[in-house]
Design a binder for this molecule. Sequence first.
Ligand code: JB2
Length: 215
Amino acid sequence: MNDNERRLVVIGAGGHGKVVAEAAQLSGQFDEVVFYDASWPERSTHGPWLIVGRPEDLLAPGVHPCVAVVAIGAQAVRVRLTDGLRRAGHTLATVIHPRAAVSPRARLGSGTAVLAGAVVNIDAELGAACIVNTGVTIDHDCRLGDGVHVSPGAHLAGNVQVGEQSWIGTGGVIIPGIQVGARAVVGAGAVVIRNVADDTTVVGNPARILEKTSC
Ligand code: JB2
């Protein structure tokens, strides 16, 4: 591994950025972490880390390749920037907190972060740019599309499928075998016992449709 691979660029100097930066550093995979954020140069630090540029600096033609992860909660922004970095020739890091338990037979996409206390069980398959947040459980054979965010303390039972860019709220529960569509939202604390269509928000226990978000 060369020096370039031991340095992680984190895109997004917000709350999620510091959680991802700390997880990456604690994992021992990286010696140095720096941020790129739209607030640079007005801001030059984020906690103990330096902010050294703006995200678009990394998308310019001919830029020196780096190892990066997009740590922005907003799904569409995270996916767009992750795709842009990949097209610009950068390597997308998969960040796993050292106190997460990830099955060696789980498959994680590039740019995905698995945070403290999370469990990802055998034969689960996660796409790119996902967030498996603090204390989440993803049981065996689950399938998550690109850009899914599973918020702190949510639990996905076995064989659950979640479509791209969907958001499972804090403490949400999804029973075995349920299919959640793309760009869906499961409200905080919801208990999902029926399939959820694309672009749909569900809330409550048992979860019921709150709104369709597309026309
Ligand atoms: O469209 C964008 C954009 N939107 C936000 N383009 C670019 N280039 N950057 C964007 N950002 C950057 O992401 C902002 O400059 C800001 O510094 C950062 C977002 O920080 P914020 O603290 O607002 O949110 P976050 O994404 O770190 O955290 C949210 O998501 C987490 C998963 C919060 O809801 C957290 O509570 C949550 N844990």
